[in-house]
Design a protein around this ligand. Structure first.
Ligand code: TXA
Ligand code: MG
Length: 334
């Protein structure tokens, strides 16, 4: 399916397709989503089929504004209202107790639901015209790299999606921050553009930070699929490398005649004839914006290995480091 420019006419058509139970990929400020009518269990099951995603992995329901929260969730704590008014529309997903009418197909069989109001004009126009909730995971094959451009969705899903709305490259480039508010103490399930400090400043309490268990391989015990150790991964083997060890690793791989891709942060190799190197921005926000597109680029070059140079271990880099660790988990474990 070729991406189609998002304007009033095509958004109207997308709304009709959603009402018919079809799948529409659309841009958000984080990554492209693969959307279906959240009230239609059959449509939602199509998302799992197309992505190859296990059906117990819950989806995020996108809504047009915070007033719709009470339609989808119950026992909504004050903290949810505070976070919604501080950050919505924006890259924050809240996990709350679901209302009885919400299909279990959406929530992976759980009694909780993930909700967010995306901050993208196309996503908001679609939601406002549709007037319902749109269940949408990232529009990629399960456990692969999330799409940040319409062409990535086409590459990933081909004709298995009924429409791809093109709204340009995503502004943030990593998926939303996920906060679980179903227990008295809020938990961070997935880091994103909105930082722990920003959330704690609004709530006035400390978050519990749930980190993925990199030794855990059983999907059923990971509530957030983004918490699976090998998520967001290229198909080419990828490894994380410390700056100081890079030169030795490169020499070693060159001696083995390996075709190398390097996502370089601050490394300047003496000569780079034997590898394909992408130099990444120094600022975390700019780095995040192009990370997935760069991994996708390297992944398409028929290389033997992709090396990712370690980025700073500071708060600003938390979401990026989380995604890089997951993209490289398969090799780093060995
Ligand atoms: O930025 C984003 O969040 C993007 C855009 C499209 O909105 N969406 C996205 O969806 O990243 P997905 O399905 O790739 O990741 C959603 C995450 C998954 O890790 C899922 O397990 C978690 O949200 N999630 C959804 N509902 C949940 C629930 N009830 N309890 C725990 N985790 C939940
Ligand atoms: Mg995803």
């Amino acid at each position: 399916m070729k991406p189609i420019f998002a304007d009033n006419t095509t958004i109207e058509r997308a709304t009709t397709l959603l009402r018919q139970g079809k799948l529409v990929a659309f841009p958000t400020e984080t990554v492209y989503g693969l959307g279906a009518d959240a009230s239609n269990p059959e449509a939602v099951l199509q998302i799992f089929n197309v992505k190859g995603r296990p059906t117990h992995h819950p989806l995020i329901v996108h809504i047009g504004n915070a007033n719709q929260l009470k339609f989808w969730a119950q026992k909504i704590p004050e903290d949810a209202k505070k976070l919604a008014s501080a950050f919505w529309p924006g890259p924050l997903t809240l996990i709350l107790n679901k209302k009885a009418h919400v299909p279990f197909a959406v929530t992976g069989g759980q009694n909780t639901i993930g909700l967010r109001v995306p901050d993208h004009p196309v996503a908001l126009a679609l939601l406002n015209k549709f007037e319902g909730g749109i269940a949408a995971p990232s529009a990629n094959i399960y456990s692969r790299i999330s799409p940040t451009q319409a062409s990535h969705v086409e590459e990933e899903l081909g004709d298995n999606v009924d429409m791809i709305l093109d709204g340009g490259a995503c502004r943030f480039g990593v998926e939303s921050t996920i906060i679980d508010l179903t227990d008295p103490t809020p938990k961070l399930l997935r880091p994103g553009h909105i930082s722990i400090a920003e959330i704690e400043a609004v709530l006035g309490i400390e978050l519990i930070v749930v980190t993925p268990n990199f030794n855990e391989r059983k999907p059923s015990e990971n509530r957030a699929s983004g918490m699976m150790p090998t998520h967001y991964a290229p198909t080419t083997p990828a490894a994380l490398c410390e700056h100081d060890k890079l030169e030795a690793i490169l020499n070693n791989l060159r001696n083995q005649n390996k075709r190398i891709g390097l996502l370089s942060y601050q490394f300047n190799p003496p000569e780079n004839r034997f590898m394909h190197m992408l130099c990444m921005p120094e600022q975390a926000e700019s780095y995040a914006q192009i990370l997935y597109a760069c991994l996708r680029d390297l992944d398409s070059r028929n290389l033997d290995i992709i090396l990712i140079e370690q980025t700073p271990e500071t708060e600003a880099w938390r979401a990026i480091n989380d995604r890089i660790r997951k993209a490289t988990a398969a090799l780093n474990d060995k």
